[in-house]
Design a protein around this ligand. Structure first.
Ligand SMILES: Nc1ncnc2c1ncn2[C@@H]1O[C@H](COP(=O)(O)OP(=O)(O)OP(=O)(O)O)[C@@H](O)[C@H]1O
Length: 309
């Protein structure tokens, strides 16, 4: 049956530390000119996912108006359906869009052009123990970056790069590398590591934390996830790696394992913090299985023809 609406816009007014709320008037103005679109606002964390689950019965495209967290919730509501997601980038980082359509990441002047062309992108599926699978569209981090994401989220004032620098410094105090067992499954090899790990991430997009080029070789459509493991290093050395992460040159470092795979399993001996697209999951322990779900998400492309890979 044809859907009644084409677009449902879902605004997270709390995105960008509450600054996204100031875009409500502009978004309502956009939507009010059309018969095929409606506008909704979230009232609490997790609400975008609830709205998206009910709206997906009626809409062909759900537009995430916020940052990566808003997109993450909507993606998890539509995965497995034919509903597309669109993006109005008014969050702090909007890291997914930096890979998908980098030219649209102009925060001062966000745009949305009504179109219907979509591109399929991969997703990463994550299951902890026997729990349900949750999906990330941009990146997953365990340990250091999970803890940084937790501090960034709790901080109500500092946004953008300042927020990440503040969080990094706070997390580094008292931080110890994590003991992990990692099993990376590639087409022609299995890599097993029993390591103390300083930082661990799995990426679909290239950028994490606003400006860190964690996965310079990542492509959203290659059916692969990019794994980046920084082995145990002296804590003070990490500042050198921050510069390398910004430039993407860490992947050639002898302390870094960087590779691509379709599936990864990690075993965490102690409860840890994990982030998926910047959303924080506490107390993750035991077996964490991650597998790519190739071309599983339809993403609306900018109709102005500015798309680049
Ligand atoms: N009405 C609301 N009140 C409070 N929190 C909300 C509300 N709606 C959504 N949230 C939460 O706001 C958080 C931040 O959203 P989001 O990640 O989109 O913005 P951001 O952090 O500025 O962007 P980015 O992740 O790109 O840096 C998410 O965890 C989301 O669950």
């Amino acid at each position: 049956m044809p859907k009644r609406l084409f677009y449902t816009f879902i605004l997270n007014p709390a995105a960008d530390k509450g600054r996204a709320a100031s875009r409500a008037g502009w978004l309502k103005g956009l939507v009010s000119q059309r018969k095929d679109a409606v506008f909704m606002t979230t009232a609490f964390s997790g609400h975008a996912e609830e709205i998206a689950r009910s709206a997906s019965a009626d809409s062909a495209c759900l537009v995430a108006c916020g940052g990566d967290g808003t997109l993450h919730e909507i993606v998890n509501a539509v995965v497995g359906t034919d509903v597309a997601v669109g993006i109005v980038p008014i969050g702090s980082a909007n890291d997914f869009l930096k890979t998908f359509e980098p030219r649209r990441c102009v925060k001062q002047d966000p745009s949305f052009s009504f179109g219907s062309d979509t591109r399929l992108v991969d997703l990463g599926g994550v299951s902890v123990g026997s729990g349900v699978t949750r999906y990330f569209v941009n990146s997953l981090g365990v340990g250091l970056t999970g803890r940084i994401a937790r501090v960034v989220k709790k901080n109500r004032w500092l946004k953008g790069e300042l927020g990440y620098v503040h969080a990094l410094l706070r997390v580094l105090v008292g931080y110890k590398p994590l003991k992990m067992h990692i099993k990376i499954t590639q087409d022609d090899a299995i890599i097993e590591l029993h390591e103390s790990v300083f930082a661990f991430s799995i990426s679909n997009g290239k950028i994490e934390g606003g400006k860190f080029l964690i996965a310079p070789d990542a492509l959203l459509t290659d059916g692969l996830l990019d794994i980046c493991i920084l082995k145990s290093i002296p804590k003070l050395d990490f500042f050198r790696y921050v510069i390398k992460y910004i430039r993407g040159t860490h992947i050639n470092d002898t302390n870094v394992v960087y590779c691509q795979a379709r599936a990864v399993e990690i075993f965490l001996y102690e409860p840890e913090v994990m982030h998926l697209d910047g959303e924080v999951f506490e107390g993750v322990q035991g077996s964490v299985r991650v597998a790519v779900r190739p071309l599983a998400l339809k993403v609306l492309m900018d109709a102005s023809g500015l798309n680049v890979e």
